[in-house]
Write a protein that binds this ligand. Structure first.
Ligand code: PRP
Ligand code: ORO
Length: 191
């Protein structure tokens, strides 16, 4: 009997093959770790990107945050950019309407001077997405910017959760936190 690889198993394989880099590294938060999950190598990969879009969309739908319940997904540039687009395109492939927004690290100094780019999020229900979460600080920066732009943020979701405080930080901000794969799912110790 052959057992078929599930999309989730395939995504875990691809992230391990493409994105997990072992070695001492400084993280965004200034912490140090013995591995890095260089998610851009997966989120911009031809096979991994659509899997990410569909698996995150499934995760949102299961938790009651699917395109019927929310208006848009967005996140902090750069890591979240391809994730947001993958989920939007996965929704579109299912005939579902879902807008997207990208949060600049700082408001642009010219033009419209916006920090949150895309169709207006004011008064709309949105989910903040991440590629990887360590402390959750980047996700919460995006939450604050989306709120400042008038959005109602209803949840945060990440592809890979390193199990190092992001869950607690997001739950502490009184938002549901979802993730597709944990460090343990990738055979990694939390750090
Ligand atoms: O949970 P945190 O402690 O915030 O760490 C996770 C963040 O770190 C990485 O982004 P980075 O800050 O390296 O910037 P980039 O997205 O511009 O590459 C990653 O894409 C997440 O956004
Ligand atoms: O904390 C981070 O900066 C971080 C960790 C990680 O594994 N991958 C990543 O892109 N950022």
């Amino acid at each position: 009997m052959t057992t078929e690889t599930t999309p989730l198993q395939r995504l875990a394989e691809l992230i391990n093959e493409l994105a997990v880099v072992h070695g001492r590294v400084t993280l965004s938060s200034g912490r140090e770790a013995d591995y890095y999950v260089d998610m851009r190598r997966a989120t911009l990969h031809h096979e991994a990107a659509p899997l990410i879009g569909h698996l995150l969309l499934d995760k949102l739908e299961e938790a009651g945050f699917g395109p019927g319940e929310i208006d848009a997904v967005g996140g902090l540039t750069l890591g979240a950019d391809p994730v947001v687009c993958a989920v939007q395109h996965a929704a579109a492939s299912r005939g579902l309407d879902l807008d997207a927004f990208l949060v600049r690290k700082e408001a642009k100094g010219h033009g419209m001077k916006r920090q949150v780019e895309g169709p207006d999020v004011a008064g709309r229900r949105v989910v903040v997405l991440e590629d990887t979460s360590t402390t959750g600080g980047s996700a919460l920066t995006a939450v604050a910017a989306a709120r400042a732009a008038g959005a109602e943020v209803v949840a945060v979701a990440s592809i890979v959760d390193r199990d190092t405080g992001a869950r607690e930080a997001v739950l502490g901000a009184e938002l549901p936190y979802l993730w597709v794969l944990s460090a343990a799912d990738l055979g990694l110790a939390p750090q």
